[in-house]
Design a protein around this ligand. Structure first.
Ligand SMILES: Cc1cc2nc3c(=O)[nH]c(=O)nc-3n(C[C@H](O)[C@H](O)[C@H](O)COP(=O)(O)O)c2cc1C
Length: 161
């Protein structure tokens, strides 16, 4: 290989993304958990599919890989603090009254720009991550500006009506 892990990081960090909190209720638990994720992407309209990738080293890896469903909350421009909170190692709990429940039973942030509720359709090994493909059961969206992420910094996206 002609590149280092640092080269990879410096390359990936030049790609701009939105920011989401992916959440689930781990099997055998009744406590919602969430994690900050920017690997989320739309995949297919028919059937409606999305995916995101979870790091094998994450403390909530087993919980997410073992869950039957998950919800994706797409963050607003003023929610960088929530992104930072759910990106803090070991910090995956929601506050009292911070979540709603979607059709699959997955928890979702009450305050959000948009939400996607999924049944897990497939799990694919992918190096140090696992890709979790979700089939969309429900979605919703509101007017507002999305939170964006590039070069380890947060930006504000355009107003989406
Ligand atoms: C903007 C942003 C995007 C992230 N995206 C992902 C992701 O797609 N997948 C992932 O596993 N971790 C992602 N992380 C890292 C996790 O949010 C979190 O920092 C890490 O899981 C914390 O360690 P723990 O899971 O062991 O508690 C991201 C972090 C940030 C700040």
């Amino acid at each position: 290989m002609t590149f280092t892990v640092n080269d990879l990081k410096n390359t990936f960090t030049r790609y701009t993304t939105g920011v989401t909190i992916v959440s689930c209720i781990p099997s055998g638990s009744d406590k919602p958990i969430g994690i900050t994720v920017n690997s989320f992407t739309s995949v297919s309209l028919d059937p409606p599919l999305v995916l995101w990738c979870i790091d094998r080293h994450s403390g909530v890896f087993d919980a997410f890989v073992g869950a039957d469903s998950y919800a994706v909350s797409i963050l607003r421009e003023d929610q960088a603090d929530i992104s930072t909170r759910f990106a803090t190692p070991g910090n995956h709990d929601f506050l009292e009254g911070e979540t709603d429940t979607m059709a699959t039973g997955a928890p979702v942030l009450r305050n959000r720009l948009a939400a996607i509720d999924c049944k897990v359709e497939a799990r694919h090994d992918a190096g140090d991550h696992v890709i979790l493909v979700g089939r969309i059961v429900d979605c919703d969206y509101r007017t507002g500006k999305p939170l964006m992420y590039v070069a380890r910094s947060y930006l504000t996206g355009p107003e989406i009506i």
